[in-house]
Write a protein that binds this ligand. Structure first.
Ligand code: ZN
Length: 277
């Protein structure tokens, strides 16, 4: 997984707001016919999608539409800034009250309060989220299905996924054509199926979750399985433990963990190659 900033640099894109795969600018995001015939950078497709990051960006997209909905403009001016702030405060309060999540709160030195968990709660029940934000329920539902599909570790049917994504993009433009599609949403909806077919493993297996999951092990090894005589000896022991526990040979002796059977939404199942029961 490569993050957006690195990909922008590697592909020599001029700015973060330009798609590094097809070079589309924000103002060009809604011309689907033109996007379909644009030349894509094959190299950039290999950078994949990071599902965790995508979930947060999709949530922020819905939120920004919700804030600006009453005056239907991408930018705010002197008058509309006030309206936006008001709408934002109301929506934040309701999200906190109903779903128990804090969104778009700036934390000192930590960026925003939007993280994977807030975004997961946000998309859990599209009906409730639509009710709070006033954004179209069908669109939120489709975002949810797309996000679950790219996070699941099953092989995705690229063709079906492509159709679903393009239909979602059309719905988005029909409803909220005044809000230029954010770059991450564009990347998934327009280039998602190509990225999926470029990947060697199901895209969900390549997520940053594996690295994140190791944080817990790291803390335990650091606490219980390392010498505390100096930083280098501590790190050396932690490194050794990480190597041992991830060694394929050693791993083959482990009793297989019974994976919790994930319940995929019906619509997600339709986008997979092997239909699961
Ligand atoms: Zn693009």
């Amino acid at each position: 997984m490569i993050d957006g900033k690195v990909a922008t640099t590697l592909t020599g894109s001029s700015s973060m707001s330009v798609c590094f795969i097809c070079g589309a600018k924000p103002t060009e995001m809604h011309n689907l016919d033109e996007l379909a015939i644009r030349a894509n950078s094959g190299e950039a497709l290999k950078f994949g999608i990071s599902p965790l990051h995508a979930r947060i960006k999709f949530m922020e997209c819905i939120l920004h539409i919700a804030y600006n909905k009453s005056f239907a403009a991408w930018r705010t001016n002197k008058e509309t800034t006030k309206i936006k702030e008001q709408a934002k405060a109301t929506i934040q309060k309701r999200l906190k009250f109903v779903l128990g999540i804090n969104v778009d709160v700036v934390k000192q030195g930590m960026g925003s309060s939007n993280n994977g968990n807030t975004a997961r709660r946000f998309f859990e029940n599209p009906q409730i989220t639509a009710d709070i934000t006033g954004v179209n329920e069908q669109l939120i539902h489709r975002f949810k299905i797309i996000l679950s599909t790219i996070t699941c570790s099953q092989a995705i049917d690229a063709e079906k996924f492509q159709i679903y994504c393009i239909d979602t993009a059309k719905l988005y433009i029909d409803l909220y054509g005044w809000y230029y599609m954010p770059i991450t949403v564009h990347k998934v909806l327009i280039h998602g199926s190509k990225i999926v077919s470029e990947a060697i493993l199901p895209i969900g297996m390549l997520s940053e979750e594996a690295q994140e999951a190791r944080n817990k092990d790291y803390r335990r090894y650091r606490l219980y399985h390392s010498r505390k005589t100096g930083r280098s000896s501590t790190n050396e022991d932690v490194m050794h433990h990480l190597l041992i526990s991830s060694d394929p040979y050693i791993n083959s002796f482990r009793t297989k963990l019974k994976l919790k059977k994930l319940d995929y939404h019906e619509d997600v199942k339709k986008l997979l190659i092997n239909e699961i029961e």
